[in-house]
Design a protein around this ligand. Sequence first.
Ligand SMILES: *Cc1c(COP(=O)(O)O)cnc(C)c1O
Length: 323
Amino acid sequence: MNSLSIHYGDILQAQRRIDGVAHLTPVLRSRTADELAGAQLHFKGEHLQRAGAFKFRGAFNALSQFSSEQRARGVVTFSSGNHAQAIALAAKLLSIRATIVMPQDAPAIKVAATYGYGAAIKFYDRYTQDRESISQAWVRDQGLTLVPPYDHPQVMAGQGTVAKELFDQVGELDVLLVPLGGGGLLSGCATVARNLYPACRVIGVEPEAGNDGQRSLQSGEIVRIPVPVTIADGAQTQHLGQHTFPIIQQLCDEIVTVSDAQLLAAMKFFAERMKILVEPTGCLAAAAAFNHKSAMAGRRVGIVLSGGNIDLSRFAQLSAGVG
Ligand SMILES: *Cc1c(COP(=O)(O)O)cnc(C)c1O
């Protein structure tokens, strides 16, 4: 276990670093949702986090530990959007210059928000170009520090504060459902759950079209897949990370998948019944609660609503079933 990249103490330190900077997000309840799932659901509302997703936690935790030399040179990252906004905002708060490598087809709302926070954007084609090598060139040529979206211990520790805060708010849970892309959020949350409530079942949830995490657990090594086609744009990752995989392998109980149709149904449920706007990726954990009911029956279940960034026009298209 000592070889794992983060430990519970790292998350407690991260919680102190982000205290008073990140929002302490609310835990939402809904009787209708409880009835649908046949369980007690506690929704951790990270769609209400600063910059609209939990990613601000990891970004601020990492950037606040930069040396003065690193601060002076700036930060670079690659992202499908939410991490970009998080880095841009955290960098602005800490007076660090941020450069974001972003796909050309990133949602307009995410591009606008990233510019709005004062970051520079370098666009690339996600189907033909490699974002990691583009970012590495900036590191090499300009001396910027790379803070990747998930495979980074300080980022992972920051994301783990989501679970720490949830347990602080609601106490023990029988099951914790966490959206899974590259595994920053899941590895951090699993570290917390294992330390505070070892019996809590920790389940990662990924899109059916991109079940590399599930396959990685089954095969015992990191499985790489082509860019998955799914409405969950925040979980279109192709593989888990060197830091995130061992933690997920050792500390998580299971990874389950949900379909785009199930994500859509959950997104509409949140809008119509709970009056909240949750982006498709943010609906992963909830969709699992509504569709893998036997694992939840009668239990106290924590659900991370991981983000709320979606264009209203995109939301309208998806709700109308236009694709
Ligand atoms: C990034 C992101 C995820 C996935 O997080 P990982 O740390 O990459 O596993 C889930 N939901 C939202 C809204 C995200 O932005």
